[in-house]
Write a protein that binds this ligand. Structure first.
Ligand SMILES: C[S@@+](CC[C@H](N)C(=O)[O-])C[C@H]1O[C@@H](n2cnc3c(N)ncnc32)[C@H](O)[C@@H]1O
Length: 232
C-alpha cells in the first residue's frame, strides 16, 4: 500500500476531475449509494455529524440536507477546496471542513452523534485506528457508518464487473479525470486488497464498535457497514 504522503499527492492531482469521474464511471449510481447511506445513518434534525475522508464533500452535503450539522475532515486540502464551488452550485450552506488525518482526529471525545466515511477507509494506512478514532469522537449510543467498495460474488456479474473495474476503469478514469498518476489503477488494486464483508465487520468489532452489520448495494459492488458506540 502506498504511504500517506503518496495517497495525499494522488488525490491532490485527481481533485479537479474527481466528481466528474465519479459520476461518469459509476453512471451516477454513487449518488444513490450516498443517499442510501444517509438513510442508514438515520439523521435526526440538528444532530452533529462528522464525515471523515470527506473529499469534495458529497456525503457531507447529503447528510446536511437530511438535517445534520456537519463537519468534514480530510488530509488532502485540494480535495476540500472544491467544497466552496459545490456549496454555491447546490445553493447550500458550506459545512465546516478541517484538514485532518483520519487516524488522528482533532476532536474531543464524544463530540458527535455519528461519524461516516465514504470510499475513504480503504485508503487509510491503518483502518482500525481510523475506526477507533471515529468511535472515540462519537457519543455513547451514536453510530459509525462506512460506505465502501466490495467485490460482487455472483459469477457472471462478478466477471463482468472485474473486467470493467480492472481493464476499462483504470484507462477511462485517467481520461475523464485527467489524472496521469495511475489513481484509477490504484482504485482497482486497493479494492481488491481490502477486507470486505465479514472481515470488515471484524475490524469494526476490533475498533470497539457494537452490533456491526452490513448491507450490500448494486449486486455487491458496494457495501454499507454500520456499528454503534456502546452506551455506558
Ligand atoms: C475516494 S476519496 C472519497 C471522498 C468522499 N468521501 C466521497 O465519497 O467522494 C478518498 C478520500 O480520502 C482521503 N484520505 C485518504 N486517507 C486519508 C487519511 N488517512 N486521513 C484523511 N483523509 C484521507 C483522500 O484525501 C480522499 O479525499
Amino acid at each position: 500500500m502506498p504511504d500517506g504522503a503518496t495517497i495525499q499527492r494522488m488525490f491532490a492531482e485527481v481533485a479537479p476531475g474527481y466528481d466528474r469521474a465519479n459520476r461518469a464511471l459509476s453512471l451516477g449510481i454513487d449518488v444513490w449509494w450516498r443517499r442510501v447511506t444517509t438513510g442508514i445513518v438515520g439523521v435526526k434534525s440538528g444532530e452533529r455529524g462528522l464525515d471523515v475522508c470527506s473529499g469534495t464533500g458529497d456525503l457531507c452535503f447529503a447528510l446536511q440536507r437530511a438535517g445534520a450539522e456537519m463537519v468534514g475532515a480530510d488530509f488532502c486540502a485540494p480535495m476540500l477546496s472544491f467544497t466552496h464551488d459545490k456549496a454555491q452550485r447546490l445553493g447550500a450552506r458550506r459545512p465546516r471542513f478541517v484538514t485532518a488525518d483520519a487516524m488522528q482526529l482533532p476532536f474531543a471525545d464524544a463530540s458527535f452523534d455519528f461519524a461516516t466515511v465514504a470510499f475513504g477507509i480503504r485508503n487509510v494506512q491503518e483502518p482500525v485506528v481510523a475506526l477507533r478514532e471515529m468511535a472515540r469522537v462519537v457519543r455513547p449510543g451514536g453510530r459509525v457508518v462506512v460506505l465502501e467498495f466490495a467485490q460482487p460474488r455472483v459469477p457472471l456479474f462478478g466477471a463482468l464487473y472485474r473486467f470493467y473495474f480492472g481493464r476499462v476503469l483504470p484507462w477511462l478514469g485517467g481520461k475523464i479525470s485527467g489524472a496521469k498518476n495511475g489513481a484509477y489503477r490504484y482504485l482497482h488494486d486497493s479494492v481488491m486488497a481490502f477486507p470486505e464483508r465479514d472481515a470488515f465487520l471484524g475490524l469494526m468489532r476490533e475498533a470497539g464498535l457494537a452490533r456491526p452489520r452490513t448491507r450490500l448495494l448494486t449486486g455487491g459492488v458496494a457495501a454499507i457497514y454500520r456499528g454503534e458506540v456502546e452506551a455506558g
